[in-house]
Design a protein around this ligand. Structure first.
Ligand SMILES: [Zn+2]
Length: 264
């Protein structure tokens, strides 16, 4: 059974995790907690699938990072410490956000508490429940004659391209969201939409659902707002790609493997 980790988050909206510096950095454990009590504003338990639990805690707004610790972006944890710790840090972050937003019941105003068996908050007075937010989003690899459709989002680092993605809107099926996002971001019509795989992406609360699809008509035209450039890419002219932990990279690697190439 994996050790119980204390996920101590800084007060940023991204929720960076504080750890002991090193190569690799070392997660804090439950036993480390008393030393940080004076800088922590909230904390709670995170139920794990194996019957044990982790703990999350949040630095009080304005408190500085305790001496001897470093703040790490959660998305680098998979490469540094493995996929299991990356996943657990995301669950801890989402439980923290759930607690911050549900300290008091929205129905009757009583103080809420963690549910004993579920990853949820409950009201002891009126039994109202609150669950973590999950926002479904689609991501899709569109192919045409061995080429892959990739876009440069205005928020990406310079030179970075990825397959297209976007949030599902109320009333939409996942397939309709795939068609709409591709058309909005590239002007391209697609067909033959099929499921690939999914990935929880807790930045802050996405559930990425991956698809593959085929080009039907149109030439790439960026929307000019969210997407600054969109183009067909071949295995021998790859741009800078998303990190390996992401489903976008797995969609790209899957396409490369089927083209007989391997991502560098
Ligand atoms: Zn209540």
């Amino acid at each position: 059974m994996a050790d119980s980790v204390l996920f101590l988050f800084d007060a940023s909206s991204e929720g960076r995790v504080l750890m002991t510096p090193g190569d690799p950095p070392k997660p804090l454990t439950i036993g480390d907690q008393p030393g940080y009590e004076d800088v922590v504003s909230l904390s709670g338990r995170v139920l794990r699938g194996d019957g044990a639990s982790d703990v999350w805690a949040r630095l009080a707004p304005g408190a500085s990072i305790p001496e001897g610790l470093v703040a790490l972006e959660r998305r680098v944890l998979a490469d540094l410490l493995g996929g299991d710790l990356f996943t657990r840090s995301g669950i801890a972050y989402q439980m923290m956000n759930l607690t911050v937003k549900n300290r008091f019941c929205g129905v009757c105003g009583a103080a809420m508490r963690d549910h004993r068996r579920e990853r949820a908050r409950e009201c002891p007075a009126c039994r109202a429940m609150a669950y973590p937010t999950l926002s479904p989003a689609i991501i899709v690899a569109v192919e045409r004659d061995g080429m892959l459709l990739m876009g440069h989002n205005v928020n990406f680092p310079a030179g970075r391209y990825s397959v297209l993605a976007g949030f599902v809107e109320p009333g939409e099926t996942l397939e309709q969201a795939v068609e709409r996002e591709v058309y909005e971001e590239s002007g391209i019509r697609i067909n033959n939409i099929r499921y690939f795989e999914s990935q929880p992406w807790p930045f802050p609360s996405s559930m990425m659902v991956g698809f593959r699809a085929d080009w039907e008509s149109g030439d790439p035209q960026p929307d000019g707002e969210e997407i600054a450039d969109v183009r067909w890419v071949t295995p021998d002219n790859l741009p800078d790609l998303p990190p390996s932990v992401s489903i976008s990279r797995r969609l790209i690697n899957d396409w490369l493997r089927r083209r007989g190439s391997v991502a560098s």
